[in-house]
Design a protein around this ligand. Structure first.
Ligand code: TYD
Length: 214
């Protein structure tokens, strides 16, 4: 049974840790788990990632930025995600289409219907069965990212240097999307401990798996 789960939320919200922990659980249950991320996840996507995140690219328009993320996504879906799902595997993706809705749609204030439409084209309509949103207050997320960067453990990208207002809009966008579709979304308070966050995700996953088994 194939399964596609995506993770959203700011850097510092612990997406990577939660993905690894969930992958462990799923592998124990016999799932063939593949972990990937956006932007990137393919040779072509990694090149796009370098361009779109380069802090030197100050002239990049929001339209260009959105199309670059979409191009990376189109490649990842066809080269990596879809083939794995077609083999019956499980894909855990660190960011997916909802990042474009949140950052380019709500954050950059591009027309939401346009973002939806181009995203539909890029993904070929592929939609996650579950999207986990790790929610954190904006200041906390940025602080965590800044300290990781200072410790050389993290990448500081063009999006991180946007205003607090921008990041607030992104967060509000995520919260709105999560509220509007609770069938697909699980919003978790990422300020809780790592085990508590993981427990909330696992509980929801169990529910999803048992519903599917019916
Ligand atoms: P990354 O270094 O992968 O960090 P994170 O841990 O936050 O995922 O940076 C990804 C950045 O790209 C992040 O700032 C959000 C941004 N982004 C978009 O703006 N739109 C998108 O569609 C995607 C996939 C990412």
């Amino acid at each position: 049974m194939s399964l596609f789960i995506t993770f959203e939320g700011p850097d510092g919200s612990g997406k990577t840790t939660q993905i690894e922990l969930l992958a462990e659980r799923l592998r124990d249950q016999g799932h063939e788990v593949l972990i990937t991320r956006e932007p990137g996840g393919t040779f072509i996507g990694d090149q796009i990632r370098a361009v779109v995140h380069d802090v030197k690219n100050v002239e990049m328009t929001r339209e260009t930025e959105f199309l670059l993320y979409s191009a990376s996504r189109a490649q990842l879906v066809r080269q990596v995600i879809r083939p794995h799902l077609e083999r019956g595997g499980t894909v855990l993706c660190d960011r997916f289409a909802d990042s474009s809705m949140a950052y380019q749609g709500y954050g950059r204030e591009l027309d939401l219907d346009m973002v939806r439409c181009i995203t539909q084209f890029a993904t070929g309509g592929l939609c996650p069965a579950l999207t986990v949103y790790l929610d954190l207050p904006v200041e906390v997320g940025l602080q965590r990212k800044e300290s990781a960067h200072a410790a050389q453990a993290g990448e500081w990208n063009r999006l991180d240097q946007q205003t607090l207002d921008f990041h607030q809009r992104v967060r509000q966008g995520y919260l709105r999307m999560a509220e509007a579709d609770t069938d697909r979304w699980l919003a978790v308070d990422a300020a809780q401990s790592i085990p508590d966050t993981q427990a909330a995700i696992r509980a929801r996953l169990e529910r999803l798996l048992s519903e599917r088994a019916k």
